[in-house]
Structures are given as structure tokens and as C-alpha cells.
Write a new protein. Structure first.
Length: 377
């Protein structure tokens, strides 16, 4: 920068300006002394070059017309012609932070990504996670078209894996059942036979209610955990008057019941008028529990009985029972209370695993029979 201090300085500045004006008008120089037009090829390092002096690569760039790129509504920029395939269609207002995702040669529609399913994951391709259902009980499954759904029982594997069974340190699945009605899941996570208060305690095993039943069969009570069982008959009423109560056993789990000549029994019956009678049988087809006069069918009649059954699982000993009963029969002596006591046996060393109560004739109208195991320890 020149500092003007006198009139002579002003004259010097004016001369310099006039000289620059002369150069600009006669030689076509700019202020940096670069020539801005030239009818012939450049000869001076400060000259501008003409097109023919440019390299071929530069000529191609300068001769290519690049189409203008204009934004469309919503702020989406279309691709230049000749690049890629497909078009972008704006069907809604763009929101900051959202992405536009293409999928190759197909056209894309950009709408609200809050409910856009075009590029969701499927069994044939990776993709976006479907919209959440706002339900914490539903999970994304692996179907052909994945969807949020609740886990069903049928989705769970119930193989014999114990990893997630309940234990004293965590919640979990119930362990596999032991197929033993005498065992229960205890506080350690194992199945065991309840102690029941020591030796001789009763453990409930099976129960049946009669309703015009031809018989009451016990098929699930047997367990090697017990040597002795107690059967309790409560309020049994016959459909036919004056019938006897029979007992038979099975060695095949209740598929068949032995009605051959393998039973012996003896009992005594007492009536409230002071009379009594002994009843017995050898090589019989059943054990009789009542004897003469039988069970009544009046609305006030019933029999109640307790019976112990021994040695069922033995393959060496014969099976035995002992019993006591109490009953009322309206048709005997204008109504009588009676009691029976007796013993019987099944003359076979084969293990017994089921038993049946039935009447000598007709159905059991009503009543209940319960079975208990007598604890060994």
C-alpha cells in the first residue's frame, strides 16, 4: 500500500493508474498481469490456455453436461440420469433422523417409517424388525413372515432335560413324574414318600364313588413302598335287596380279575337281636364280606367296612385280608343293625396289583371306597 504525503505522491499514483488502464485496454491483462483472452495458443506462463491445449481427460470433463439436481417436495434428491435403476417416490413428509433404504432394482416408496413394512425381515432375507406390538407378553417368532406372538405351550420343548428344573436356589420346571402314586414332590425338589408321622401312618392312594356301578375297581394304588393297605367302605347301598359284597383280585393291573377257585374265607355275623352265624368258603370264586341276609336297598340301608390287605407284592406268600363291618338292613327283623368280622385269602404266590369290589347281584347304587397305604417307617 502506498502512503500519500504530498502532491508529488498524488501525481505518482495517478500515473500508475493510467498505466494499468493502458495495459488492460491494449494487452487484455488482469490485475495479476494474466492475459484473459488470446486468439492464439498460450506462449507465456501467465497466459490462459485455449481448449485445444488441455489434456484429453480434462476435455471430457469440461465437455460433459451435468444435469442440474433439484430437490423435490419433502427434501428427497432424485438420482442423476444414467445412475442405478428405480425411482424414489415421496409419499409423505420427511422427518429429521429417518433413513431411506433401497433394495436394489425395485422402486422404493418413502412414507412414514413408523409403519413401513416393505423391508421387514422375512425367511428369505435380512431386514428391519417389525413394529413392536406394545405387549410385553409377545415375542418375534421365526415364521415365514415373522410376527410378534405369545409363546404357546406347543412351542416349548419338553424333553428329558433337567437343567431348568425347580431347586432350592431357583424357580423352575416340575421334575418328570416318577409314575408312583405314593411319591410326592418334596421341599428338596425330589419325589419321595411322605413320612406321615412315622411307621403305620396312612397315605391316601385311590378313591372311587359308586353311581349304579357294576363294580368299583382299584388299579393305581399298588406300590412297592407298602406291604399293607387299608380299604374303607363308606355308606355303600345296593340296588338289589339282600345281596352280598364280594372281593376279587387281579395280577395284570386290572385287565382281568380272577374268578376261579383260588379264594378261601371265613367270617361271623352278629345281629342286634343276639343271634349270630358263621359263613365260610373254600376254593371259592371270591371272598364274601357280609354273609347271610346280605346288604339292603332301602333308603336307610348301608354298609360301612374297613379291610386290611397284606402281601400284595410278594412272589412267595399268599395274599390275606382281615375286615370288620357295620350295617343296617331294613328288611331283616323289621330293621336290624349287624356287624361282620372275618378273614380271607388268595391262594397264589403271584403278585397282586389291582382289586375289585362288586355285589353278588345287581349294581352298587351309591357309596364310596377309599384306599390308603400303611407307611413302613
Amino acid at each position: 500500500m502506498r502512503i500519500v504525503k504530498s502532491f508529488e505522491d498524488v501525481q505518482v499514483v495517478l500515473r500508475e493508474i493510467l498505466d494499468w488502464k493502458s495495459l488492460l485496454s491494449t494487452k487484455d491483462w488482469d490485475f495479476k498481469k494474466l492475459r484473459i483472452k488470446n486468439a492464439s495458443p498460450a506462449v507465456d506462463p501467465n497466459d490462459y490456455v485455449i481448449l485445444d491445449q488441455l489434456p484429453e481427460q480434462v476435455k471430457k470433463i469440461t465437455q460433459t453436461t451435468i444435469p442440474p439436481i433439484a430437490p423435490i417436495s419433502g427434501g428427497i434428491v432424485p438420482p442423476p440420469s444414467g445412475g442405478g435403476s428405480g425411482t424414489v417416490t415421496n409419499t409423505g413428509s420427511l422427518v429429521a433422523g429417518r433413513l431411506l433404504i433401497g433394495n436394489g432394482g425395485s422402486d422404493i416408496t418413502q412414507g412414514s417409517l413408523t409403519d413401513e413394512t416393505n423391508n421387514n425381515v422375512s425367511s428369505t432375507s435380512h431386514g428391519l424388525v417389525p413394529k413392536g406390538p406394545s405387549d410385553a407378553t409377545k415375542f418375534l417368532n421365526g415364521a415365514a413372515t415373522p410376527a410378534f406372538a405369545q409363546v404357546k405351550d406347543s412351542d416349548l420343548s419338553t424333553s428329558d432335560i433337567t437343567t431348568n428344573n425347580v431347586s432350592t436356589s431357583k424357580h423352575g420346571f416340575t421334575p418328570k413324574l416318577p409314575n408312583d402314586a405314593t411319591k410326592y414332590l418334596d421341599g428338596t425338589g425330589a419325589y419321595s414318600v411322605p413320612g406321615g408321622g412315622g411307621s403305620g401312618a396312612l397315605v391316601f392312594l385311590e378313591h372311587h364313588t359308586a353311581s349304579s356301578s357294576s363294580s368299583l375297581d382299584f388299579t393305581t394304588f399298588y406300590s412297592s413302598s407298602y406291604d399293607k393297605y387299608l380299604f374303607i367302605v363308606v355308606g355303600l347301598l345296593a340296588a338289589t335287596d339282600g345281596v352280598d359284597l364280594y372281593f376279587r383280585v387281579s395280577t395284570d393291573g386290572g385287565s382281568t380279575y380272577d374268578s376261579g377257585t383260588n379264594y378261601n374265607y371265613v367270617g361271623i355275623r352278629y345281629q342286634d337281636n343276639g343271634t349270630s352265624a358263621i359263613f365260610n368258603g373254600r376254593a371259592a370264586s371270591e371272598i364274601r364280606l357280609v354273609g347271610a341276609n346280605g346288604i339292603g336297598n332301602a333308603s336307610t340301608d348301608s354298609i360301612n367296612l374297613s379291610m386290611y390287605f397284606y402281601n400284595l407284592g410278594s412272589s412267595a406268600l399268599y395274599k390275606q385280608i382281615t375286615y370288620d363291618s357295620s350295617m343296617y338292613i331294613a328288611s331283616v327283623n323289621s330293621g336290624s343293625f349287624l356287624t361282620t368280622q372275618g378273614q380271607g385269602g388268595y391262594k397264589s404266590a403271584t403278585a397282586v396289583n389291582a382289586c375289585r369290589f362288586l355285589l353278588s347281584s345287581g349294581n352298587i347304587a351309591s357309596g364310596d371306597i377309599y384306599c390308603y397305604g400303611v407307611s413302613k417307617s
